[in-house]
Design a protein around this ligand. Structure first.
Ligand code: ATP
Ligand code: MG
Length: 721
């Protein structure tokens, strides 16, 4: 293949960036202007034209999905595989480094990555040990505090002893937390980054090796790097002037999690010899959509200032729908999607984007009712489901028995008669003697400190774990998973569980075995990393991205945050209400409000052909009813690009505010879409639809706790709620 094909499909500015001399570069440009495309072509250019081996290339992306896509696109351009290239997220790459150099990173070989649930569990336990009252010292806040320190590169021992009582307490928690993690070989997400930084900083030879290896370093979505991530990039590229970053200040949406937009300025300062390219043509969206995005974001200040244009024509106007409640909203959106599909569109070209994960449920239920395949990113996380986490805990213990959160999770799941008292004693012993729970359990058995029944039960559990570790050494990954799922007793446990729930759990466990079978283990490249360790890390790190692998054509559901960098032909931006989007916390914080506006800009610019904006006039969320005002962002859009949709000819609107008297409902016509009802057994719910006549008359109700059900009116005892 000749080099020209790498640049023929680019515009002049993009070409400039792709073919620039080997030097530090900043591509600063708005959404959909081809930043990611430039990054991909730049890497291909290095390999093809500058004769740099893929082995010498490092690229950081925002999600694992983006990393895979990038690799494929580069391979397509080059028409040859590029295994040796390191492409991944900051977390994924940090994990890889730590795995390969565990000793130098002062970690046990068997260290495990834990997710934020496990982290919180440990912190809760520690705070209890320190006698800190939950209500005054919420563990979640402590977790937040610790992660924020780590994101800034600060260890507990580095924290200033300020006079602040809160800080002193938090420092104690942080110290104790570091200690437990170190002893149990557990690494949280923030720790991955911090430790990978320390690893390179403190090991001169290693740093020299990687600096030599990574001749060109590339970063997508640079505006969302935090302090420690940037520090890590700097270590790798300092003096070599070989850092290529692309970003958009208007899409910085992780300030609340420590991302530093200032890194763009820092870059310009730290790499004085850099080139800058700005891209202004947008290739993604049609005119109205782009205009809306430009107009909205102009309300922010301190922007680096860019305006996007397109030659794609105006396209369709943006549609705005005011739903009367969240169910009507879901109804509307799903109907539009079904229409799209009837007209020959693909479901995978459509996306429903929301501010908060909790919003997905309404859409999921409606999609389910209409048998429309869909996929949720981030929300219902496959690897975070209870049964999956239990199975993973067994797997983790089988490779590292000192993993305390895993120990806690399954020591009595399924129940095996290890009582609360035994566990408490174990925790106390562990705390006093600085042991892992595993070691404490062994010690208690050794010193005969337990009643015979408890001792037997505990011994049974320990033996089970040891046996799992032994047998699985011989097996392939998916056989290992299968073995663990079966001998742990989990399958049996869930089979006994009532109704669909248990069945679904069993299916999920089977899906886990399947996921292990499909796990794409790049052994060629993984050097000394065990397959099981990689799989477990994958489960922790990609929890938010995967929901079983499905090939089916699916509607895409995700939060606005996880939509970054993606594009869809048809986009629904839902829940545009004050207090939801912008979020409650942003309402009286000018800085956060601007970040919400950037998030809205990200949302709008995901759409290629058609964009729908919706809000509901009444909404039940987190168990509370509200009557929110429409989002201010709607008012900030150019009215000439917006078309309001008025339908509802066939649905009558329940009076949002009036509280109807309790009365028995029975005859046709009494039901309205969205009407609240109560059922003796299923509790509160809302009417979704009605059908049939006379004896056959049925009504479909979405019960808050019991889910969606069809009931025969003749038999259902329904009251107005
Ligand atoms: P975001 O800020 O949302 O991450 P981006 O700047 O990274 O966007 P890309 O995703 O790289 O933009 O490109 C947006 C769309 O425009 C993609 O579909 C891409 O293939 C297309 N595109 C970019 N440049 C060109 C070009 N020169 N010719 C044709 N299509 C292009
Ligand atoms: Mg991009």
């Amino acid at each position: 293949m000749d080099a020209s094909s790498i640049i023929t499909s680019l515009n002049d500015d993009q070409r400039l960036a792709v073919s620039a001399p080997m030097q530090a570069m900043l591509v600063l440009a708005g959404a959909g202007s081809g930043k990611t495309r430039v990054l991909v072509h730049r890497i291909a250019w290095h390999i093809q034209v500058n004769q740099i081996s893929p082995y010498n290339i490092l690229a950081v992306t925002f999600t694992n999905k983006a990393a895979n896509e990038m690799r494929h696109r580069i391979e397509d351009l080059l028409e040859t595989p590029a295994h040796a290239m390191w492409i991944g997220t900051f977390h994924g790459l940090a994990h890889r480094l730590l795995r390969q150099h565990a000793k130098q990173a002062k970690l046990p070989d068997t260290f495990q990555v834990m997710d934020s649930d496990d982290q919180l569990r440990i912190i809760k336990r520690l705070m209890k040990n320190l006698n800190l009252d939950d209500s005054k010292w919420p563990p979640k806040q402590a977790q937040w505090f610790i992660n924020a320190q780590k994101d800034e590169g600060i260890r507990a021992k580095h924290m200033q002893d300020s006079g602040d009582f809160y800080n002193r307490q938090m420092k104690d928690v942080y110290l104790a937390y570091e200690d437990v993690c170190q002893r149990s070989g557990l690494v949280d997400f923030a720790e991955l980054l911090l430790r990978a930084h320390e690893l390179l900083r403190d090991n001169e030879d290693l740093l020299a090796f990687y600096k030599q290896r990574f001749q060109q370093v590339h970063v997508d979505e640079f505006q969302d790097t935090n302090t420690i991530q940037y520090a890590w990039l700097r270590l790798l590229t300092e003096g070599n002037n070989n850092l290529f970053v692309v970003g958009d200040d208007d899409q910085s949406i992780y300030g609340w999690r420590g991302a530093k937009i200032e890194n763009i300025f820092n870059f310009q300062k730290h790499y004085p010899e850099h080139g800058i390219v700005r891209l202004e043509q947008n290739y993604r969206s049609s005119g109205h959509i782009l205009k809306a995005a430009n107009t909205l974001i102009a309300n922010n200040d301190n922007r680096m200032g860019k305006e996007l244009w397109t030659d794609a024509g105006e396209g369709q106007a943006i549609s705005l729908y005011s739903a009367f409640n969240e169910q009507d909203e879901a109804y509307f959106v799903v109907e539009k999607i079904r229409q799209w599909v009837r007209d020959g569109g693909l479901r995978s070209d459509t996306a429903i984007l929301y501010r908060s994960n909790a919003q997905s449920r309404q859409f999921e239920e409606r999609l389910m009712t209409t048998a429309t395949p869909y996929r949720v990113y981030g929300g219902l996380r496959f690897f975070e489901r209870m049964e999956i986490k239990n199975a993973l805990a067994y797997l983790r213990l089988s490779t590292n028995p000192h993993d305390d959160p895993s120990f806690e999770r399954v020591v009595n799941t399924p129940t095996r008669g290890i009582g609360a008292k035994t566990l408490d004693d174990m925790r106390i012993l562990a705390r006093e003697q600085q042991l892992s729970l595993w070691q404490a359990a062994l010690a208690m058995l050794e010193h005969n400190q337990l009643p015979a029944r408890a001792a037997n039960a505990l011994r049974g559990f320990l033996n089970l774990i040891v046996a799992l570790g032994e047998t699985t050494k011989e097996l392939s990954l998916h056989e290992t998973v299968k073995q663990v799922v079966e001998t742990s007793g989990l399958i049996e446990l869930y089979k006994k569980e009532k109704q669909d729930k248990g069945e679904a759990r069993v299916e999920n466990l089977e899906e886990l075995v399947n996921a292990a079978r499909l796990f794409d283990y790049d052994s060629e490249n993984a050097e000394n990393m065990g397959e099981l360790d990689m799989f477990l890390a994958h489960a922790a790190l990609e929890a938010g991205e995967m929901q079983g692998e499905v090939d089916e054509d699916c509607v895409q559901l995700m939060t606005l945050h996880s939509a970054k960098g993606l594009e869809f032909k048809l986009v629904f931006l839902v829940g545009l209400e004050e207090g939801l989007f912008p979020s409650q916390q942003a309402l009286d914080d000018a800085g956060r409000l601007q970040e919400e506006r950037r998030l809205c800009y990200v949302g709008i610019t995901r759409a290629m052909q058609q964009l729908y904006l919706t809000h509901a006039e009444s909404r039940r969320l987190y168990g509370k009813d509200s009557y929110p005002r429409a989002s201010r962002f709607l008012r900030e859009l150019p009215q000439e690009s917006i078309q309001e949709i008025r339908l509802r000819a066939n649905v009558s609107r329940p009076a949002a505010n009036s509280a109807p008297q309790t009365k028995s409902l029975g005859s046709k016509g009494t039901y309205k879409l969205g009407q609240p009802v109560r059922h003796e057994k299923f509790g509160e719910g809302v009417v979704l639809q009605m059908e049939g006549e006379g004896e056959q008359e049925r009504v479909q109700i979405n019960f808050r706790n019991a889910g969606i059900k069809w009931l025969m009116l003749a038999y259902a005892k329904l009251d107005a709620a």
